[in-house]
Design a protein around this ligand. Structure first.
Ligand code: NDP
Ligand SMILES: O=CC(=O)O
Length: 323
């Protein structure tokens, strides 16, 4: 039997590429830059499998240029770049990589929370800038202990953040569309969206980007938060209206923001928000550890090979494709 023709966007570990090469003939785009659309569409014209990446829009147009495509996999939890209905209309299973990145992402988010609250990164700048002249003139932080953390979108990653926050003595509120037994069993209290915003000292956003959550955080939402609130977004940049956040930070309607995701992403280095002293931004590194990225790659390869061999994927977003 011949090899499956596939297209891979992104860098996979060498041994994962070797696994694929045993069964597949591969066209690979490993540059961090976006693949030109024309190149991608021409590569996909005879491909059966596709490992996509978050910066590729997978839509009806792309599928129409890929008549032989039978399976798509991607190394991420979020799949807001993918039109799942378009995949369904072609009975194409789409695989993502939930769970394997929970701990790494929760560590990063909790790191952002602690760094912001205790001004860790500012402290380092302070030392480097030669401002550490006296122990009495230093960046002052705030306690986490006995403070309220509100998690908007408390699923797999949110629950792992909650466990870390509880170890610091924080009380946890959360809001999802539905109250969840698993979250309540963790001693986290379900509240309305508005009450979480009103009552929390720290707010962490972990909702998937969808039509419902696009610009969920606008002027009004920042206005109802405490003026002392810390706002942390690690979901997708477009869940937040960047200009409204900028104004809220400038006008001190909230105290601080920490972002692992931005809109636009990447954010330009001359963006005015970067001039503020009450913001911390990291370059979308939630799952970026060697071990976790390996596990994500592994699950992506398993998803792709399962699809090519007409088996059920270990992690399929549109499971009804198998009905
Ligand atoms: N910064 C980074 O590097 C990373 C970012 N991410 C982002 O984090 C997101 C969450 O990941 P994960 O925890 O694994 O996903 P989960 O699906 O496990 O959790 C998402 C939660 O959001 C809730 N939710 C969905 N829609 C809404 C809504 N409209 N309003 C309120 N709550 C909502 C869901 O509950 P319910 O259905 O009841 O509403 C669910 O509990 C991903 O979609 C991705 O965008 C993920 C990994 C790394
Ligand atoms: O942003 C990362 C993801 O896995 O989703």
């Amino acid at each position: 039997m011949g090899k499956y023709k596939i297209v891979v966007i992104g860098q996979l570990n060498k041994d994962l590429m070797n696994q694929l090469e045993q069964k597949c003939e591969i066209k690979v785009w490993s540059s961090p830059q976006k693949i030109p659309r024309d190149t991608l569409l021409s590569w996909l014209s005879d491909a059966e499998g596709f490992i996509s990446r978050g910066d590729v829009v997978v839509n009806g147009e792309l599928l129409s240029k890929a008549p032989k495509l039978r399976v798509i996999a991607q190394a991420s939890v979020g799949y807001d770049n993918v039109d799942i209905d378009a995949c369904m209309s072609r009975s194409i299973p789409f695989g993502n990589t939930p769970e394997v990145l929970n701990e790494a992402t929760a560590d990063l988010i909790y790191g952002l929370l602690i760094s912001s609250a205790r001004r860790i990164h500012e402290g380092f700048e302070y030392v480097k800038d030669g401002k550490w002249e006296s122990p009495f003139n230093i960046p002052m932080g705030v306690d986490l202990y006995e403070k309220t953390l509100g998690i908007i979108g408390m699923g797999n990653i949110g629950r792992r953040v909650a466990v870390r926050a509880q170890a610091s003595g924080m009380n946890i509120l959360y809001h999802n569309r539905k109250e969840s037994v698993a979250n309540n069993e963790l001693n986290c209290k379900y509240e309305t969206f508005e009450n979480v915003l009103k009552q929390s000292d720290f707010i962490i956003v972990l909702v998937p980007l969808s039509n419902q959550t696009k610009k969920l955080f606008k002027k009004t939402e920042f206005e109802i938060m405490k003026q002392t609130a810390y706002f942390i977004n690690a979901s997708r940049g477009a869940v937040v209206d960047t200009n409204a956040l900028y104004q809220a930070l400038v006008n001190k309607e909230i105290a601080y923001a920490a972002l692992d995701v931005t809109d636009p992403e990447p954010i330009q280095s001359d963006h005015p928000i970067l001039k503020l002293n009450n913001i911390l931004i990291t370059p979308h590194i939630g799952s970026a550890t060697t071990e976790t990225r390996y596990k994500m790659g592994q699950l992506t390869v398993e998803n792709l090979l399962a699809g090519l061999e007409s088996k059920k994927m270990p992690s399929c977003v549109n499971k009804t494709v198998y009905n």
